[in-house]
Design a protein around this ligand. Structure first.
Ligand SMILES: C[S@@+](CC[C@H](N)C(=O)[O-])C[C@H]1O[C@@H](n2cnc3c(N)ncnc32)[C@H](O)[C@@H]1O
Length: 445
């Protein structure tokens, strides 16, 4: 990387979470989407800051729970650009976790790696622990040069070109974090791209982003199965322009053989017969079917007509996350690890208000995740606006009220962290209908 000093260096000083870095230009001037990438620029997307915060929290959870063994942890930020993700791992994890980490930042752009290493040299982890190495090259080849416990893939567009080798590079027990910005394909707007890349169909309704996450998980699960591994989703998030799944990957032929048990279909406006099949397959609880639900899951073995516009899939129909991992993502924990404290004569020039703004951003990045933890395996994700129009019962009841009414009735229910007002619950459909009527009565006085 010598001799490739970035042209724009030293750029502007910036802080994300508790970590200082330099960027070619001021991120506040580039709005919420990816900063326009001119030739020679190192890519930085301020809209991914929440994803980087959650990455720090998830890594800490997995270390604390012993999911990554007891020795050194080899972690790869596979498409690292500015290297901010790997640098945040090292700087924001507590010293006793960071000290176990040997992180590699990989990128095929020498300017990006040079930029990342210069940031690391200027702002090393505050506690001085952990190791950070650059690796120049094409990730599709370089990822197999070393076994890893943690692999992060954050590409432009689809993660598919990197998936196969990334899974193979994982140790017996490891974690893969995978972003996809080809959300138009995954959520069914680009139908041919979705079919070509992921072999699936997604109905472009209110649940399209949940379906997109599940199609991505199904693809990761099938890739893992080809390499005699199984997955356990830890966290699945839709945020602005991207979808991201974090999964535990375990080597196990037996569990890999069972991959199809976790795959299936989502049917919109299901028939009574489809709802009965869903119940018989254990994909939702018994319900009277006087009013039919808006959606239901069916197992992969259920015959479906692929040209039926109501059908989405094949997709992952198991839990989208792991309860323990999600419970650990509280606002307090996020602030403790990633929230910056105001300092006098801040080199970035932040006022007390700027620090407070960043702390609020850190809190927002985990909003609703720990609440949703207890229902992440639940069969129903319900958008309250759609529910009200489906039932023809006036204005929607808030997700919070719906969750409260259902919990009072003895079911599991919580507000969902979804880009639209929604809740998840394990309640039977007929109970959701009566909760909505009760909620409507209360709000109408
Ligand atoms: C979307 S950016 C990564 C953003 C970064 N993870 C973050 O959090 O800011 C994608 C990066 O992947 C790099 N890249 C693209 N194709 C690659 C490949 N085949 N091998 C290695 N790096 C690649 C690009 O140079 C770019 O820096």
């Amino acid at each position: 990387m010598d001799g490739t000093e970035p042209e724009d260096w030293p750029g502007v000083l910036h802080r994300e979470g508790r970590t200082l870095c330099r960027l070619a230009r001021d991120p506040s001037e580039s709005g919420t989407g990816p900063a326009a990438k001119g030739q020679g620029d190192v890519f930085h997307n301020p809209a991914m800051s929440g994803s980087r915060t959650r990455s720090v929290l998830l890594l800490q959870h997995c270390i604390e729970e012993g999911l990554l063994g007891n020795g050194s942890i080899y972690a790869l930020d596979g498409l690292s650009a500015t290297g901010l993700r790997a640098r945040r791992w090292l700087n924001e994890l507590p010293a006793q976790s960071a000290t176990r980490i040997s992180a590699t930042m990989g990128d095929m752009d020498p300017v990006a790696l040079s930029w990342a290493m210069k940031c690391h040299e200027e702002f090393p982890p505050e506690h001085g622990k952990g190791e950070l190495l650059p690796h120049l090259g094409d990730l599709r080849k370089s990822v197999l040069e070393h076994g890893r416990h943690w692999v992060d893939i954050d590409p432009y567009g689809s993660p598919l070109p990197f998936l196969d080798t990334a899974i193979q590079s994982l140790a017996r027990r490891g974690v893969a974090e995978i972003s996809a910005t080809d959300s138009a394909a995954l959520t069914g707007s680009s139908k041919s791209a979705l079919l070509r890349r992921y072999g699936a169909r997604v109905r472009t309704d209110g649940l399209a982003h949940d379906s997109g996450l599940r199609v991505l998980l199904a693809t990761v699960a099938r890739t893992a199965a080809r390499h005699e591994r199984s997955i356990e989703p830890l966290l699945s998030i839709w945020e602005s322009h991207h979808l991201r799944v974090s999964v535990r990957v375990l080597r196990s032929i037996e569990r890999a053989n069972d991959v199809e048990d976790s795959l299936g279909w989502r049917v919109a406006s299901p028939t009574a017969e489809e709802v009965s099949s869903s119940i018989e397959s254990g994909l939702q609880p018994e319900t009277s079917i006087d009013t039919l639900p808006m959606h239901c899951f069916l197992p992969l073995s259920h015959p479906v007509n692929r040209s039926d516009k109501r059908i989405s899939g094949p997709m992952w129909i198991g839990p989208l996350g792991q309860t323990e991992a999600m419970v650990s993502m509280t606002e307090e924990r996020a602030l403790e690890l990633c929230g910056p404290s105001a300092i006098e004569d801040d080199p970035v020039g932040w006022s007390e208000r700027d620090f407070e703004y960043e702390r609020r951003k850190v809190i927002r990045s985990v909003r609703h995740i720990s609440e949703e933890a207890g229902v992440i395996d639940a069969p129903h994700l319900i958008l309250v606006d759609k529910l009200a129009s489906w039932l023809g019962c006036g204005s929607p009841v808030s997700p919070n009220s719906m969750a409260e009414i259902l919990r009072d009735a003895g079911y599991r229910a919580a507000v969902a962290r979804y880009g639209k007002p929604a809740f998840r619950t394990d309640a039977p459909w007929n109970e959701i209908v009566s909760a909505s009527i009760r909620g409507g009565d209360v709000s109408n006085g």
